[in-house]
Design a protein around this ligand. Structure first.
Ligand SMILES: Nc1nc2c(c(=O)[nH]1)N[C@H]1C(S)=C(S)[C@@H](COP(=O)(O)O)O[C@H]1N2
Ligand SMILES: [Mo]
Length: 371
């Protein structure tokens, strides 16, 4: 008989589990919310079906003829925008790398119980939409406004609190000219799973900010205290602390796994000789300035060649020529940005496993050339 063995959680606080085996509940989340297979790092723009997905509740089934966006709250006049009206406004297309704030969580010890991402909760797409700031101007933001709340159509329960998925930004952040209400991705209408018919796009910020299936934009005079703002997406050592909010994407590089994989373990096997290691690097705070590669588990580092990104908020390609010699090796890559940030080798822990950017470690076996 199959049993669902739960790991021994003695002595651990609620919401975390020992490193290693994930639960059936985490598996169910992982089956709904898929990552981008790391070979997808080869594309400048991630094909839509390969882009990672994170959906807290259910994908809403929305009828575009009935859909409208309400702009309301601390504004001189409320607006109701139909999809036609959104489409007829000035359009901007931006290549943007999006990463889930929980990326890498499953490797922490103890492991925060949530969507068990390994490395692949990232993707880069060309998003098309209309800038939010002129819409806020038309509505006329009142002087006492402090934040703008973005509400999705999806509703569910998290931490015993029933709510619509909602997040806020300060008025200044919401007015940045690259903040878009997006209706297309890679030249196609948004598919249901990515927020059809309209989502928020906030380049540089972790994924949770880019609210999908928008129904309302509400200007408020008090800081927003919804579940996804103050009970989640905080950097803290215990659930009792308020913690700091998760905001912009920390610098990170990932590598296309070289060679070929074993089906079950995904361990990589390569043939000795010249091997081009390649990947992408990004940062939501400042341009990436350097990527380094280690082929000896982080003991020594050498600079990789860094290419140009498609845009300020898109990942940059990098490559490194490695002469692979037979044996077992651990490959690593790490990026730095113009703010002087570099990826950590050991990840500082936090309750929700947020904003991880620890160096990727990729064990490979190099076989002698076949004769
Ligand atoms: N309405 C709504 N928006 C949402 C979410 C959600 O569950 N509901 N998930 C957020 C999170 S945590 C992430 S990482 C991104 C993922 O966007 P994607 O699925 O298009 O890649 O959407 C964000 N926007
Ligand atoms: Mo996320």
């Amino acid at each position: 008989m199959a049993t669902e063995t739960q790991p021994d959680r003695t002595g651990l606080p609620e919401g975390v589990a020992p490193a290693g085996a994930v639960s059936m509940e985490e598996l169910a989340l992982a089956a709904r919310n898929h990552g981008m297979p790391l070979e997808g790092l080869r594309y400048d723009l991630t094909p839509v079906g390969l882009h990672y997905l994170l959906i807290h509740f259910d994908i809403p089934h929305l009828d575009e003829t009935a859909w409208a966006l309400s702009v309301r709250g601390r504004v001189r006049r409320s607006l109701e925008l139909t999809l036609e009206q959104v489409w007829s406004r000035p359009a901007v297309t931006l290549p943007v790398t999006m990463e889930c704030a929980g990326n890498g969580r499953a490797r922490l010890d103890p492991r925060p119980i949530s969507q068990p991402w390994l490395h692949e909760a990232v993707g880069t797409a060309e998003w098309t939409g209309t800038p939010l700031a002129p819409i806020l101007d038309e509505a006329g933001v009142l002087d006492d406004a402090v934040e703008v709340v973005f509400t999705g159509h999806d509703r569910g329960v998290q931490g015993d609190v029933e709510h619509h998925y909602e997040r806020s930004l300060t008025v200044d952040e919401a007015r940045r000219d690259d903040v878009l209400l997006a209706y297309a991705v890679n030249g196609q209408p948004l598919p249901p799973q990515h927020g059809y018919p309209l989502r928020l796009l906030v380049p540089g910020w972790y994924g949770m900010t880019h609210v999908k299936w928008l129904r309302a934009v509400t200007v408020v005079a008090e800081p927003f205290t919804g579940y996804q703002q103050v009970d989640s997406y905080r950097l803290r050592q215990s659930k009792e602390e308020p913690g700091d909010p998760v905001t912009r994407i920390r610098v990170r590089a990932l590598m296309v796994p070289p060679g070929i994989p074993d089906f079950l373990t995904r361990r990589r096997v390569l043939t000795a000789g010249e091997c081009l290691l390649e990947g992408r690097a990004w940062s939501g705070t400042a341009p990436v300035t350097q990527v380094e590669v280690s082929t000896d588990a982080g003991a020594t580092w050498r600079p990789a060649e860094l290419g140009q990104p498609l845009g300020r908020h898109a990942w940059a390609p990098w490559s490194y020529r490695w002469t692979a010699v037979p044996g077992d090796h651990v490959l690593c890559c790490r990026a730095s940005d113009a703010d002087g940030n570099t990826q950590p080798v050991d990840q500082p822990w936090n309750v929700e496993g947020m904003a991880n950017n620890m160096v990727q470690r990729l064990p490979v076996r190099v076989d002698p050339p076949r004769r």
